[in-house]
Design a protein around this ligand. Structure first.
Ligand SMILES: NC(=O)c1ccc[n+]([C@@H]2O[C@H](COP(=O)([O-])OP(=O)(O)OC[C@H]3O[C@@H](n4cnc5c(N)ncnc54)[C@H](OP(=O)(O)O)[C@@H]3O)[C@@H](O)[C@H]2O)c1
Length: 262
């Protein structure tokens, strides 16, 4: 995910000088040659995290959640006052960052989703108490290089994650199921995939291009007493709204279990 954001930032020209660290030479080598990027492997330069953090205006933390505390202990003492620390680590609270960093360091917590890889992310962004409006604006621009940003209080980050964080998986599941229906209608797997996948991609592009309400776009496909209306009736009888509410509630309950260490 850090790599996706790096590519967005580089392509946008927003930052002209970025230092990236990874532990392994393989990961570091993959980022060599990006314009304005210095890519360092900790295997070659074990002090690179602390040294890079010491001269940074913004530090983006992109390691696995369990590794965050150790990393903050490593870089915290070297941060300059005013350096903005922004996290993409799921489940690690702003309070945890503040406990492990020097007082007054502005901290923001984000939750991007995987379409960041193609510049179509939805990123939830929550600011800690030390972050100023200018800090938030800078980090918002950073995430806008990979898509759309939703500002929200930290208390709503887990809820956002049940919609946009997990959401791509819900969409892929729907595509899988529509593909199965096409195979059931007698189409070969390859044809079925084209029909289902391109219909999702085309419908999403239409929504994006027109900015219409999805309910209105649906009405335009649905002639009174026609075939689509018959299918939509069956889908609505399956109480999809209820199914999505239960699915997102289950994801939220799991986020709370994870926060409690279960
Ligand atoms: N993937 C998603 O959809 C998604 C969505 C939202 C948030 N996130 C968050 O993004 C974070 C990373 O997830 P990911 O899926 O991108 O995992 P990942 O592919 O394993 O990326 C973690 C990166 O951190 C590097 N790294 C590990 N320890 C390091 C250290 N001490 N110093 C510097 N670099 C270090 C790793 O490189 P080496 O292996 O070379 O060490 C690797 O490139 C997680 O906190 C996750 O919660 C992910």
């Amino acid at each position: 995910m850090g790599g996706a954001i790096l590519h967005g930032v580089v392509a946008s020209g927003l930052a002209t000088s970025v230092t990236v660290t990874n532990r392994t030479t393989e990961r570091a080598a993959a980022l060599v040659g990006l314009a304005g990027v210095r890519s360092i492997a900790l295997a070659d330069d074990p002090g690179a995290n602390a040294a890079s953090a010491a001269s940074a205006d913004i530090v983006l933390i992109g390691v696995k959640p369990a590794m965050v505390p150790e990393l903050l202990r490593e870089i915290g003492p070297r941060l300059r006052p005013g350096t903005i620390v922004v996290s993409i680590a799921a489940g690690v609270t702003i309070a945890t960052f503040q406990e492990l960093l020097p007082p007054g360091i502005p901290v923001l917590r984000s939750m991007p989703n995987t379409p960041a890889l193609v510049g179509k992310a939805v990123t939830g962004l929550a600011a800690g108490p030390a972050a100023t409006a200018d800090d938030v604006a800078v980090i918002r621009r950073l995430f806008e290089t990979v898509g759309t940003v939703v500002d929200l209080p930290e208390s709503q980050i887990d809820a956002l994650s049940t919609i946009s964080g997990s959401g791509p998986a819900y969409v892929f599941l729907l595509i899988e199921e529509l593909t199965k229906a096409a195979v059931g209608m007698g189409f070969a797997e390859a044809e079925a995939r084209v029909m289902a996948e391109q219909t999702f991609i085309g419908a999403a592009a239409l929504l994006d291009a027109t900015h219409e309400d999805p309910a209105e776009l649906r009405r335009r496909v649905t002639s009174p007493n026609g075939t689509t209306e018959r299918a939509i009736t069956v889908l609505q009888e399956a109480r999809l709204a209820d199914v999505f509410a239960r699915a997102t509630d289950a994801a939220l309950a799991r986020a709370r279990e994870l926060a409690a260490g279960r």
